[in-house]
Design a protein around this ligand. Structure first.
Ligand code: BG6
Length: 485
């Protein structure tokens, strides 16, 4: 292993929720991967803790997030040897001396600055890193979503980070792109010839993307009050899924080949503004209800949420793409908190048969390709087949590809892949600046239309599929949401 392959990963926000819930578990699994280059993790946070005290907190959290069968004492000890702790206030330039001391003499290594902090902090961290002379040729910076809360703030963050890091050094995370089934969608589309001729307006009637969650705020009320479902989920995760479904075949997996194609999709989204935005979107907010038999509070009763909050916890919308491939094929997107089921899936519905040769009693359902990301990872192709027997009777059947069986994955999967990609310098799964800009350009007029209108988010009971208006949105076009498990 060469010195240049080894790495130092500096995690700002090292004792925060993201570090404990996603990054450290993913690093633990990566540490067990023989392909991981030699490297260490320096957690940075404000608390004045010793390394031992920090590791004790890490252990407490990891035990919660890593199944007992994977939590091996011997591995834990070796993993902990890789972790160091640096107590500092990232806003104070003077504090960077401590970090410099830890990095001195290691300039040849890959240096990853992971900003697992509130986005505003990146405004102090990047110039401070630069002024302290810590940004080397081999440095990379990882930015978590949300990048801004509108176009102007996203531009400001991108400008400030761009002032000290080149675009090739900036890794903007959208962990949905690294989910196993999304990767499989890419494999399915471009590793087979079967679907490509059908993957267009002549054969597909509409597309649905659902990311439904059962969780509520879980202590994130403060953040969510400044965000809402459109900014938190649609601007990034759902639009990125839409890009992967709708993009033209890139000519390689090279970062810009993929990102150029995704950008074209974002730019082909028909603008939604004013009355069109109001007609084609539905906002909701959960009230008290029951999830899996347990009573849960309404959004406005959550911690750190204003009792008269107008923040949406649910969005459904209809998007159109102005392109030769997709003209006239609606894409319905929906996401929400406290919904009936945890379910993330993409449903591609094909057109109806042009003419039925079967008896009137045979209802022929349109073929559907259902790509499920969560809770299970699977792809199902729904077809019509004959019921055994003398008569010609048809029934829907499905061809299943269950990734739980064919690919053993575990919860930390997406972050594991992304961290390894950052260490190896692979930008393909990270968003380029122009993608973030294009996504905000499409989202912002919707936010403006909501703000200007009189409407407030429609109430829905926790444990349901959201406000009835969401069913009406898709129902107006003669379709319904796929809600079967
Ligand atoms: C995050 C959002 O980006 O994604 C959260 O901020 C959301 O609100 C989460 O719960 C969902 O991710 P996953 O991987 O659990 O579906």
């Amino acid at each position: 292993m060469t010195q240049s392959q080894s790495f130092d990963m500096i995690v700002f926000g090292g004792s925060g929720d993201l570090a404990m819930r996603k990054l450290l578990p993913a690093l633990y699994y990566l540490h067990r991967d023989p392909d991981l280059p030699n490297g260490r993790v320096i957690a940075v946070a404000r608390q004045n803790l010793t390394r031992e005290a920090y590791l004790a907190t890490v252990e407490e959290h990891l035990r919660k997030h890593i199944p007992a069968k994977d939590w091996v004492d011997d591995e834990r000890n070796k993993f902990f040897e890789r972790i160091d702790y640096c107590a500092m206030d990232a806003k104070q330039f003077g504090d960077y001396e401590a970090l410099s001391g830890k990095l001195e003499g290691r300039e040849e290594r890959v240096r990853v600055f992971y900003l697992a902090t509130m986005p505003e902090l990146s405004r102090s961290i990047c110039p401070n890193l630069d002024a302290a002379g810590l940004i080397t040729e081999q440095s990379r910076v990882v930015l978590e979503k949300p990048i801004g809360r509108d176009l102007a703030s996203a531009n400001r963050i991108n400008d400030e980070v761009g002032a000290v890091f080149d675009e090739r050094q900036i890794y903007r995370i959208d962990h949905y792109l690294a989910k196993e089934t999304v990767q499989n969608l890419i494999a399915m589309r471009f590793g087979n010839t079967l679907f490509e001729p059908l993957w267009r307006r002549g054969w597909i009637s509409h597309v649905q993307i659902t990311v439904a969650e059962q969780i509520g705020m879980s202590g994130r009320g403060n953040y969510y009050e400044t965000s809402g479902a459109l900014r938190d989920m649609v601007q990034n995760h759902l639009l990125q899924l839409l890009c992967v479904i709708a993009m033209e075949p890139p000519n390689s997996l090279a970062p810009d080949a993929m990102r150029d194609e995704k950008l074209k999709v974002l730019r082909a989204l028909r603008p939604l503004s004013g009355p069109q935005a109001l007609a084609k979107t539905v906002r909701g907010q959960y009230r008290r209800g029951v999830i899996d038999g347990e009573a849960v509070p309404g959004y406005s009763e959550e911690e750190d949420v204003s009792p008269d909050s107008r923040v949406e916890t649910f969005v459904a919308l209809k998007a159109d793409l102005d392109s030769w491939r997709w003209a006239g094929v609606p894409f319905y997107l929906r996401t929400g908190k406290r919904l009936q089921q945890r379910l993330s899936e993409v449903v591609i519905t094909f057109r109806e048969v042009p003419h039925s040769i079967f008896d009137a009693g045979n209802a022929i359902e349109s073929n559907r390709l259902v790509i499920r990301l969560q809770p299970d990872e699977s792809v199902k192709l729904h077809l019509m087949a004959k019921v055994p027997g003398d008569e010609m009777r048809l029934k829907p059947v499905s061809l299943n590809l269950d990734f739980r069986e064919s690919l053993k994955t575990h919860g930390a999967g997406a972050y594991e892949r992304l961290l390894m990609d950052v260490i190896r310098g692979k930008l393909t799964l990270f968003m380029r600046r122009d993608e973030v800009t294009a996504a905000w350009q499409w989202i912002e007029p919707v936010l403006d239309a909501w703000k200007a209108g009189e409407d407030v988010p429609k109430p829905y009971s926790a444990g349901t599929w959201g406000p009835p208006a969401a069913s009406a949105l898709i129902g107006r076009d003669g379709y319904h949401w796929n809600e079967e498990s």
